[in-house]
Design a protein around this ligand. Structure first.
Ligand code: ATP
Ligand code: MG
Length: 420
């Protein structure tokens, strides 16, 4: 127990964290180019926020939330998604008072869901996401999608499918729900028990059910896209036109509804065919009612969440090589206490000059230090023994060329920086 991480959690080990840093850098760079700024919100929020935001008949709320009472008996929930916290912050900090739109991103946001762990599905995972508030125009929908695709393209990921759909609004959804309920009622016996219940409370959720029998029935169900009101239909056309003008390929997939209740109009998923059934790398959509639902002034919004672990799996399965930074450029090998002290100072000076430098902390032999230096990738080794201390010089060995030069202590930084 003690030495085993809880089920569904994963360490990012020192030997693999560079991969995370690599994708994080690309995400930050792309966000800066699109004028999205970072927001960081707490890991936990009042449970009520998610009940109201995500919807209390969704799987996330009913089955997957990590909810507990704190010592003062407040109900607290670990974030099961990234958007609700950002909306709460948008309202609490009165961001709507500034010139709109408000464009924000979050990176490495921990997300907790009590799910059945499997490849690419964890109980704690991390999301990169963006949220754009204050614009109802389809151009921002297209921008949000374009940002996600730019990140993926710059990571070298190809062969992903962009699926888009519109799930309507307050105006047109009720008519569609009626038609859907009518259809589902006729096929009720074939639905799973959850869906038989959902049918009455939240029929759209049935479309998102992962059970095969339900998927088969749902295939022939009426489609929201055929019930869109004039405004939703024009909005969807505007999105498609902009994707087209930006040469972004898409498929209209009327089956995409997303698992959270707050979506209106645009929903989309970016799907990889390389990681099997768990192919959704990124999912998002518009949430024009959410800010008001959570107590703010009516403000449209749109965003996406991208699973970082799943993205890393896609990179791996595509064989995309992430360059591993060198751990050490120069290793300072020393023999004896005097040399060790001098070596420590030389290492500090090299580091201060911006050079990746390392020295011995184990007291191992000179030969073992040289071997270790090779192991951690040092291109150069500085060798200091009693002789060198007496003369005020060090031997600098180029590991590749196997050449050695004598350099005065005070010239070491220059010599190493010169890259000779
Ligand atoms: P799925 O259909 O795979 O359950 P979802 O619709 O629940 O995904 P979202 O709520 O949209 O997912 O979350 C956005 C992204 O976060 C997903 O596209 C996926 O990449 C990632 N993700 C979601 N749940 C998990 C999980 N349990 N473990 C790892 N990544 C996840
Ligand atoms: Mg899910």
């Amino acid at each position: 127990m003690l030495t085993r991480a809880p089920k569904g959690t994963k360490d990012v080990l020192p030997g693999e964290s560079y991969k995370w840093q690599y994708i994080e850098k690309i995400m930050r760079d792309v966000c800066a180019r699109f004028a999205y700024r970072e927001i960081r919100t707490p890991t936990f929020e009042h449970t009520e926020l998610f009940l109201r935001g995500i919807g209390d008949t969704t799987d996330v709320v009913q089955k997957e939330m990590y909810t507990f009472l704190d010592k003062k008996e407040r109900s607290i929930t670990l974030k099961p998604e990234g958007t609700a916290g950002v909306v709460r912050s948008f309202v609490e900090s009165s961001m709507g008072g500034a010139a709109q739109p408000t464009k924000m991103y979050y990176l490495n946001c921990p997300v907790f869901r009590y799910e059945n762990p499997q490849h690419g599905r964890y109980r704690e995972h991390h999301q990169f996401g963006i949220e754009g508030f204050g614009s109802e125009k389809p151009s921002i929908d297209a921008e949000v999608i374009s940002l996600a695709l730019t990140v993926l393209r710059e990571l070298g990921v190809s062969g992903l499918a962009l699926n888009i759909n519109s799930i309507g609004c307050k105006q047109c959804r009720p008519d569609y729900n009626k038609a859907l309920i009518e259809y589902l009622s006729k096929n009720k016996d074939g639905l799973c028990r959850d869906c038989q219940q959902r049918m009455g409370t939240n029929p759209l959720r049935v479309l998102d059910c992962k059970q095969e029998t339900c998927s088969a029935i749902v295939k022939n169900a009426p489609k929201m896209i055929d019930y869109l009101c004039g405004e939703c239909s024009t909005h969807f056309d505007g999105l498609k036109a902009r994707l087209k003008s930006a040469d972004i390929d898409y498929v209209v997939n009327p089956m995409i509804v997303r698992g959270l209740d707050y979506y209106t109009k645009t929903v989309f998923e970016i799907i990889s065919t390389d990681i099997g059934a768990l192919g959704t790398v990124c999912g998002g959509g518009r949430y024009d009612e959410l800010v008001e639902e959570l107590g703010g002034k009516p403000t449209p919004g749109i965003g996406f969440g991208m699973g970082m672990e799943r993205l890393l799996l896609v990179l791996e399965s595509l064989g995309i090589d992430i360059p591993e930074p060198s751990l050490c450029d120069v290793y300072v090998c020393t023999l004896g206490e005097n040399a060790s002290e001098k070596g420590f100072k030389i290492t500090a000076d090299l580091r201060a000059a911006g050079i990746k430098a390392e020295c011995d902390h184990t007291g191992r032999s000179m030969k073992a230090q040289m071997k270790y230096a090779g192991k951690i990738g040092a291109g150069k080794v500085i060798i200091i023994g009693e002789n060198e201390i007496a003369k005020g010089v060090a031997a600098v060995r180029d590991m590749k060329a196997s050449e050695e030069k004598t350099v005065a202590f005070e010239q070491l930084n220059e010599f190493i920086k010169g890259g000779e």
